[in-house]
Design a protein around this ligand. Sequence first.
Ligand SMILES: Cc1ncc(COP(=O)(O)O)c(C=O)c1O
Length: 397
Amino acid sequence: MPLPTTPFAPHGKNENARPVTIPFNQPSVVGRELFYISQAVHKKHLAGDGHFTRRCTDWMEHHFHAQKILLTTSCTAALEIAAILANIQMGDEVILPSFTFAATANAFMRRGATLKFIDIRPDTLNMDERLIEKSITERTKAIVPVHYGGTACAMDTIMSIADKFNLLVIEDAAQGINAHFNGKALGTMGHLGAYSFHETKNISSGEGGALLINDPAFLERAEIVRDQGTTRAKFFRGELEEYNWVDEGSSAIPSEITAAFLYGQLEQTAAITRKRLQIFNYYLKQLAPLQEKNLLTLPTCPQTSTHNGHLFYILTCDNDQRNNLLQHLQANNIQATFHYIPLHNSPKGKSMTNSVNNLPVTEDISARLIRLPLYYELGKDSQDRVLTEIFSYFARQ
Ligand SMILES: Cc1ncc(COP(=O)(O)O)c(C=O)c1O
């Protein structure tokens, strides 16, 4: 079966020169991040919840029509606070995908929850909403949808199941900033939501996160839990004469330096998303001939969802081909990578006997998936090099 000839220009003149490595991800300074950091330093307020923290949360609440957002030190911290607010206790059951990062599970497991992993959809790689209802028992407390790669889970179905069974929904929107479901920003539809600003995310402050509080019932306690279980925030606003320890909590407040950098990024959200979508769509278009020949499968995004170009994956035909293609790319200095090893199959997951399920789609997808380099400053030359190597791999098969 002849392959389409590679549509990409050859790179470099010296055949023997080793091409520079194309990283999988690379953080960027896109706008006024450094200027804002110097402003934060000059304001003589470096601990959290100052000027730049407010600017970040105001910006997000306005642009994402979110009720209330609190910055946190990570998405993990936001999920941990969410688990406390949801009052997750020993023996409660939490429904989540196995195809996710350990942070999604840890936040609930550490409170004694039983993790009920369910399978994902083969099209979006998100939790399969058709499997939720049959996993619900009288112990079920929460559903945790993870928006993989910024493509939305079926939030309408998930929210109506939650309503029917009186469950909480905590959206893990770590990868979902500025992506939407039926026009609503990811993270704003569940009772609680969480964003990540880790270096690998679209909008980054190195490490960082945010808790979205969409159900006003959690507002007061969220502020307390985030600040060591104290009423200090109220005290700082002049609403109390002294502050007290009133609840469990932790230190999850990022510094003003982090918030200053983050604000510089947030201001550029539209430009960052546009650039990432451009890179995503170029991969999609150029790789289409390989999909037409059934050599690989490309991502799909349902009509209800507008994604944010967080990641670009391809699915090979089988695990051997995935590993061989990865090796080929690595040998050519291209840092492509696999993604989640399903949590139920990881050593920790296997040790939790009551959480193991039969998850054929999760296992299949995990064995065949490759993520390609995608970051704000990825140039067209580099992207063409990635594409050339993928075409050259398949041409040799
Ligand atoms: C789905 C998901 N949840 C949670 C996290 C944790 O985010 P953070 O590193 O900000 O704690 C990540 C990080 O990659 C993630 O991909």
